[in-house]
Structure formats: C-alpha cells, structure tokens
Design a protein around this ligand. Structure first.
Ligand SMILES: Nc1ncnc2c1ncn2[C@@H]1O[C@H](COP(=O)(O)OP(=O)(O)OP(=O)(O)O)[C@@H](O)[C@H]1O
Ligand SMILES: [Mg+2]
Length: 622
C-alpha cells in the first residue's frame, strides 16, 4: 500500500515479473511457519483450550498401564481381592473419561482449523478484489479458483491431522519415555534404541511429500482452468461452433490423467513410510519380552512392570509412526500454505491511496475529466498510449474515434482507474484519480464497457447492481428510459426473469440496453462508455440511441463512439491513432479537414460511398 511515489517503477516491475512467476512454486520456509503462527495467534484462546484438553487426554492415556502394573504386582500376585476390583473399575473409568475428553478436543480442533481456513478464504477473496485488472488478464480464472477452493480444501485435510496431532504425539512420546525411565531404565534404553529408526525416514519423506503435494495441486489447477474455459457458456459455444469437442475432451482426459497419476504418487509417498515404520515397531516388543522375561527369571524385575512396558511401547510407537506420518502431511500442508501466502503476497498494482481524498463536491457536482500527457503500456516497453492529453468538460459529450487497436478502450481503462498510467496523470474534477477515495470514485463514475457482462440473476437485480438500494420506482424508470419496457412486458416473469449466464438469454441489443439501464440507476456524474461494435438493425439502433440520450443527459460523458448519432452529438471528437490523439474538434470541422477522421467517417458511417469505392480510393470530402 501507499506506493504513489514509486508507482511507475513498481508498475513496470510488476508487468515484467508476471503474476505467474510470483505464484510459481517455492519452498516453504520458517517464514511460512511463522506466518501460520501469526494466523493461529488470532485464535489463541480456542487453541489454548484445545491444547489443554489435549494435555489432559495424553495424561489420561498414561494411567492405564500403571493400573495394570498394580493389578498384576499388587492385586493378583498378592491375592488382594478388594484392591483388584477397585483397580479394575478404574481401568474401565479412566479410558471412558479419556474418550469424553477426546470428543471435546476434536471439537475444539475443528473449530480452530475451520476458523483459520475461513480467515484465509476471506483474505484470499479480499486480496483478489484488490489485485489489478492486469492480474486477471494474465491468470486463467481456474487458477484463481483453484487457490480458493482446491488449496483450501487440502489445507483443511492436513490441518485436522497435524494441528494438534503433532503436539499430541510429541507430548505422548516424551511423557511415556519419562515414565519408562522411572519404571526401569534398562528396559527404557532398549525401547529407545529403535526410536532413531523412526526419526530418520521422516526427514527424507517429508520433502518428497511436499513436492508431491505441490505437483498435485498444480495438476488440479490445470483441470479447473480447462473446465472453466471450455465447459462454461461462453467457452462451450466456441467449442461447439468449431466442433472442437473431441480435441477438448482429449485434452481434458490428459489433464485428468495427470491428476490421477500425481494423486496416486502422492498417497504412495506416505504408504512406504508407514510400512517401514510398522515393520520396525514389531522389533521393540520382541526385544522387550526377550530381555524383560530374562530379568524376571533372574528375579530382577516384576511381571507387572514388563506388562506395563509392553503397553507403553504400543503408546510410544503409535505416536512415533504418527509423528512420521504427520511430518509428511505437515510438509505437504506447509506447501499448501505457501501457495496461499504467495497469492496473498501478490503486489496490488493499483493501490488504494494512502491518504484518500474525498470527492470535493456533493454527488451532484459536475466534473471534468482530464488526461495530462498520459503514457501507458500493458507490457513495457510497448506503449499503447503516448502523451495523451485532453479535457472532457463537465456536462459535455466527448467522443473518441479511431481505428481498431488504436488504444480507445485503453483510454477508458485508465479513465476508470483499472490501471494507473506509467507517466502523466488522470484527474476528475481537479482531483487525481489515484488520490481519490475508491468508494467516492465508483459513486461518481460509471463505466459501460465494450464487452458487456450481466450476472446470472434477475433482470431487476442486474439493473440495480450499481445501487442496490435503488427503489422499485427508480428501476422501472431506468428500464423505461433504456427502452426496455417492451422487452419486460414480453418476458414471462417481467423484471424477475433470470437473464442466464452472462446475460445469454437476451439479444445483443437488449443486453446493451440493460447495461444502459444499469448505468442510469447508478446515476454517475461521469460516464465512460465503450459503445458495442455489433451493428444492429435500424429499429434496435433507434432504441439504443434513445436509451443513450437518457443516459447522457446532464453528465460528463466520454464515449468511445461506434455510431453516427454519438459523433454528431459530440461537443468534442478526439481522433486516436496508434496511441496518440491525432485530430480533435467537432464533426463538420474534422470532416472538412479531410484527415483521418474524414476517412474513418466515410468508411464507417457513409455506406453509400463505402459501397461505391474501396476505402483507399475515397477522395476526402471537401
Ligand atoms: N490487456 C491487454 N494486455 C496487453 N495488450 C493489450 C491489452 N488490451 C489491449 N491490448 C493492446 O493494446 C492495443 C490497444 O487496444 P484497445 O483495446 O485500447 O484498442 P481499441 O482502440 O479499443 O480497439 P477496438 O476499436 O477494436 O476496440 C491493442 O494493440 C491491443 O492488442
Ligand atoms: Mg475497444
């Protein structure tokens, strides 16, 4: 945040180090662990309660072997019936109590891990909303969703196993060992001899598991991306029109196969380890009974102690193998956290101002739009706009025209602060865009883009999107102004009709008018409009023109013009070519000048002439 000073520099750096690189896999480090610690600290009270129950559970699990020892040595061997019954009862009650404790413990664990995941999920979403538009033009949607869904699901999986699992196992091992040494140090040493055998493979497999986990998530992300590109409405229409189903199906099969193979490999990493651990854990009891039995025969040890040891041994190796397993999941889990953190660390390219300035006037103050020597590149050094300067006076209509690819939509993108310029400045009402409070900015500025998007909800909800508290009356008035009455009357459910994904249930012209109605309801002081290029029949065209007249009234409008009516009505026309303003003025003056505007005009708006002669041979009028 707050980078207004080194803005241009950071901008360029960001564009060069693409988001993809920043998201690429790295190694989780202590920084990852520390960061996780900070996140957990927010829930320290629940965590503390969970740990308290955990400690209690571990302590309870240490009691039964001692009871068994007493049963054998004190009760059975010394024929004390009363004591035997009491101990037997205790042997029943202690584990029962332990079971209750473990329920409470797992409840608290789940609460903590879900709280952490919730924090991450919302942080990811919020950060995604702050990221620049550039990020979204460079990153497949599926990859973004994969971080939010697949990665967090996986995090959830490992969290439950490792969060306290690690702690339980460490505590159980150390306390069990302590008791063993108190009971009999010779047997304890024997039991610990096998321990390094557990610790060693842990190191090696942890790393392997981490790598496998990262690769699996990558493959999953590729599947999600492909799915979202080809099996959503817009994508599937293209796929079908080109008969590309077999090709896309084949590609999907490949990606899915990759996931299958990596998943299998990932789960096998843990399995070999478990097998090694299981084999190793049968060695301990064998040694124990051999050496312990020998000591009993030599009258150096009592039977109860050996039995207690055998029980402890199970409690020792269980957690030790658990610890080995936990380590592999832990390393994998850290890899997941690392992926999530990388996303959260992506720089915000168009940062909120450090000291946001409020909009100087009220919401009804008219405002001029001003570009001063604006230079901009999507991918430096290829400048798309170079030294663009103009003022769109308050309450006036400014039209931008120019050949395709000249940079018109880019001017809108900068005017609406989807990007910040690399040099120069954009201001509204005398305030720099990058200093304005974002909420104020969005309230006073409306944007109707070339590529229209409606949400899959009702017509009314789409119209109301810019001002959710707009009254029914406002919505109806806007719908009428946008010439949508006829359509609404025809639809079975009127304003409550679902428009379909991206608004596909509406025609192109209808969709444009819904977008216009949406802007009318928002009622911005400044309007940026990128007229859709699709040509409509004269009836539809007239409807749009009327809708636009209602929309333009009383606002500062900068319109990227594709229709004659707009350029004729414009107070000022800016002619853009290759990222520069090459001509400016009013329609008749520009036409008379016989430059680029005149040529464009004849090509675009003068069908009689265009049909009569190819564009190159048109003799400029006048
Ligand atoms: N997100 C982007 N990343 C990289 N280059 C881009 C991006 N958007 C546009 N461009 C490039 O910038 C140039 C200007 O594009 P722009 O969309 O501003 O053109 P335009 O004047 O609106 O054209 P049209 O009339 O066809 O809509 C084009 O060469 C285009 O390829
Ligand atoms: Mg455009």
């Amino acid at each position: 945040m707050g980078m207004s000073g080194g803005m241009a520099g950071m901008h360029a750096v960001f564009a060069q180090r693409r988001a993809q690189e920043l998201l690429a896999e790295g190694r989780p480090t202590w920084a990852t662990v520390r960061r996780l610690g900070h996140l957990l600290a927010a829930h320290r009270r629940t965590l503390a309660a969970a740990l308290a129950f955990t400690v209690l559970g571990v302590l309870l699990s240490l009691i039964p072997p001692l009871l068994m020892r007493a049963v054998i040595d004190q009760a059975i061997l010394q024929h004390r019936l009363q004591l035997l019954f009491e101990l037997a009862l205790a042997l029943m009650l202690v584990p029962a109590f332990g079971a209750v404790v473990s329920v409470a413990q797992s409840y608290l664990n789940t609460v903590v891990s879900q709280a952490l995941i919730h924090d991450l999920r919302t942080a990811l979403y919020d950060h995604g909303q702050r990221l620049g538009i550039r990020f979204f033009t460079q990153t497949p949607a599926g990859q973004i969703h994969s971080r939010l869904v697949n990665d967090l699901n996986a995090v959830q999986g490992v969290m439950n196993q490792t969060l306290t699992g690690l702690f339980v196992n460490l505590l159980t091992i150390s306390l069990t060992l302590a008791i063993m040494f108190v009971l009999d140090w010779r047997l304890a040493i024997l039991a610990t001899l096998v321990l390094p055998g557990f610790v060693f493979p842990v190191m090696a497999f942890g790393r392997r598991s981490y790598d496998a986990m990262g690769r699996t998530q990558e493959a999953l992300s590729a599947v999600t991306s492909h799915l979202e590109e080809t099996l959503t409405l817009s994508g599937t229409i293209v796929v079908r029109s080109f008969g590309a189903q077999p090709r896309e199906g084949e590609r999907f099969r490949q990606l899915s196969t990759e996931v299958r193979q990596r998943q299998v490999r990932q789960s096998m990493v843990g399995q070999w380890l478990m097998m090694a651990v299981r084999t190793l854990s049968s060695v301990g009891p064998a040694l124990l009974y051999g050496y312990g039995g020998y000591l009993i025969i030599q009258h150096q040890l009592q039977l109860g102690t050996v039995v207690a040891f055998a029980t402890y041994l199970v409690q020792l190796y269980g957690p030790a193998s658990g610890l080995a397993g936990a380590n592999t999941t832990l390393m994998g889990g850290l890899a997941l956290f690392d992926r999530v953190f990388r996303f959260l660390d992506l720089p915000v390219e168009v940062p909120a101002p450090e000291h946001p300035q409020p909009w100087p006037g009220g919401p009804n103050t008219p405002a001029a739009v001003r570009f001063q020597e604006v230079t901009f590149a999507y991918q430096p050094p290829h400048a798309v706009l170079q030294g663009v300067s103009f003022t769109a006076e308050a309450g006036q209509l400014t039209a931008i025209v120019g050949p395709s690819g000249a940079g018109k939509s880019t001017m809108l993108a900068l005017g609406a602060r989807f990007y910040d310029p690399d040099a120069g400045s954009v201001s509204v009402g005398g305030r720099q865009l990058r200093d304005l409070d974002d909420r104020d900015l969005r309230r006073i500025m409306g944007v109707v883009t070339q590529d229209l998007f409606l949400f899959h909800t009702t017509l009314a909800a789409n119209v109301r999107y810019g001002r959710p508290d707009a009254s029914e009356f406002d919505v109806r008035r806007a719908v009428a102004a946008a010439q949508l009455d006829e359509l609404v009357a025809r639809l079975p459910e009127g304003l409550d009709t679902l428009v379909g994904e991206r608004g596909y249930r509406l025609s192109g012209g209808e969709k444009q008018r819904v977008a216009i109605a949406r802007a009318i309801v928002q009622n911005p002081r400044i309007l940026w409009l990128d007229e859709a290029t699709s040509s409509l029949d004269s009836h539809a065209e007239r409807l749009i023109q009327e809708a636009l007249q209602h929309l333009f009234a009383g606002r500062t409008v900068v319109a990227i013009a594709h229709r004659l009516s707009t350029v004729l009505a414009a107070d000022q026309i800016l002619v853009v070519s290759e990222g520069r303003i090459v001509e400016r003025g009013r329609h008749y003056d520009l036409l008379a000048a016989g430059g680029l505007y005149a040529r464009l005009y004849h090509e675009q708006f003068d069908p009689g002439l265009a049909a009569a002669a190819p564009a190159e041979e048109v003799v400029p009028a006048g």
